[in-house]
Structures are given as structure tokens and as C-alpha cells.
Design a protein around this ligand. Structure first.
Ligand SMILES: [Zn+2]
Length: 260
């Protein structure tokens, strides 16, 4: 049993074969998926998936790319969605200085605002951080998430990881940990405490080896589990089991509440 803690299965690329994707996922022991919003519409789709399928859970939030689209109305609607018991996190939120699709001051403002909202409604946060390490660190120190959080597709150094671990964050690993040039990520994946790591696909992006470049899907989260097992000299079952417990812990999911 594996929990893919970060995916976007509401993406258009699954329109033609959504049920096949789910069938493959089930057959390969992927028992839970957190579908993550990046704007209001995708947050609504994530909640719909979580309502329609037992094994889907939702995260809702505004990605830094979409920060500029936010209006007062957006917050009201997200707060409404947050009441759904299958919404387990606020995200993905953060900063992206690689593509800079929204002006940086607006990205920061929207990031901070969402940490405050997550604190208000009692949800952990899911952080997207691309080439913005320093500002992300400053913000999470100045506005600590009261219910914890996840650095999704962790890409920073081991030095930064140590600070984040001290602050209580979980680190989530995706396809890049299987890539040849992923020295830093591999170092973190090898050294982070076993009770603070998660696995994800970020489907349809970041497809792990050996399928890099093709569309991703939750089934391939097994490649991440396999890689972590190799790096840490553990069995695949062990990594699956531990990362499942970690996900239950960060998402505060009482096992008996929602049996899958
Ligand atoms: Zn994502």
C-alpha cells in the first residue's frame, strides 16, 4: 500500500483514459492519492474527485504561478472548500522564481496569506519552491504553519533540509530522485529521518526513470519507493509502509476514519 501524496489527475492529459489510469494504480497497490489544486478551478476539481472516490483526498490552494489571479472572492471560496472533511492540506502554495509567472511581491503576499488561512482552518500546507530557497525559508520562519507542512518534490540542499526538519516539515520525493544528475536530492533522500519522508508523483509531470519524458501517473510512484529502498537499504514494503504512516501523520488522517 502506497500513498501518492501529490498528483494532478484532474489534468486534461487523463481525459481519454482516466479509468485505465485508476485501474493500473489499484492493481499496483497505490491505495491513496492526494490530488492537489493550483488555482480555484483545480481545487474544486480536487474536492470533486475526493467526493467521488474513496481513495482520493484533496489539497486546495493557489500556486505561485496563479498568484496574480487571486481576488477577495477566491479566499471565500477556498475557505468554503476547506470545510470538506476530505480536504487534508492547503496547497500547493509557495514561490517560483524559475518561471516568474506572477510578480514576486504578489507571490510572497499570496503565499503568506495562505499560510495564515491554513492556520485558521487547521490544515498543514504543501509548499512549491523553485529557485526561491532563501525567500521561502524566510517566510516559513516568520509565518510558521501551525499544522505543519510538506516540501513537495524537495530539491534543496542537505543543509536546508536540516533546517526544515528542525522546523517540523516533511520532505516529499518525486521523479527527480531517480534522475542521474540528482546528487543533492539523493543525498537528502538518503539522510533524512525515515519518519519525515513522503513519496509522490506530481503526475502528470516529473515522470521517474525509466519513463522520464512521458506522461506520469500514480502507478509510477513505485519507482520512487524502489529508489528510496535502494538508497536506504530497506525493503520496498518497508518504505511503502513507513511513508504511508508518515502521510497519515502529516495529513492527520485517523486510520479508522476513512478505511481504504
Ligand atoms: Zn504539483
Amino acid at each position: 500500500m502506497i500513498w501518492d501524496t501529490h498528483a494532478h489527475l484532474d489534468d486534461d492529459s487523463y481525459k481519454g483514459d482516466f479509468q485505465d489510469v485508476l485501474a493500473r494504480m489499484e492493481a499496483s497497490g497505490i491505495s491513496r492519492v492526494t490530488n492537489v489544486g493550483y488555482d480555484l478551478a483545480s481545487s474544486e476539481r480536487s474536492v470533486t474527485l475526493a467526493q467521488d472516490y474513496d481513495f482520493f483526498y484533496a489539497a486546495i490552494g493557489i500556486h505561485p504561478h496563479n498568484a496574480e489571479e487571486v481576488t477577495e472572492e477566491t479566499w471565500g471560496k477556498l475557505l468554503e472548500l476547506a470545510k470538506n472533511p476530505k480536504v487534508l492540506a492547503w496547497g500547493e502554495i509557495g514561490l517560483d522564481y524559475y518561471r516568474d509567472l506572477s510578480p514576486r511581491p504578489i507571490q510572497k503576499e499570496v503565499f503568506i496569506q495562505q499560510i495564515k488561512l491554513a492556520n485558521e482552518v487547521g490544515l498543514p500546507i504543501v509548499i512549491h519552491n523553485r529557485d526561491a530557497h532563501q525567500d521561502v525559508m524566510e517566510i516559513v520562519k516568520a509565518y510558521p504553519p501551525r499544522y505543519g507542512g510538506i516540501f513537495h518534490c524537495y530539491s534543496g540542499s542537505w543543509e536546508m533540509a536540516e533546517i526544515l526538519l528542525k522546523l517540523g516539515f516533511y520532505l516529499s520525493f518525486a521523479g527527480p530522485v531517480t534522475y542521474k544528475n540528482a546528487r543533492h536530492t539523493v543525498e537528502v533522500a538518503r539522510n533524512a529521518p525515515m519518519d519525515r519522508i513522503l513519496v509522490e508523483t506530481d503526475s502528470p509531470y516529473l515522470t521517474p526513470e525509466p519513463r522520464r519524458g512521458k506522461r506520469n501517473e500514480p502507478t509510477y510512484v513505485r519507482e520512487i519507493v524502489k529508489k528510496l529502498a535502494e538508497l536506504r537499504n530497506l525493503s520496498i514494503e518497508d518504505v511503502a509502509e513507513k511513508t504511508m504512516r508518515n502521510a497519515e501523520s502529516v495529513f492527520r488522517l485517523v486510520y479508522t476514519r476513512q478505511k481504504v
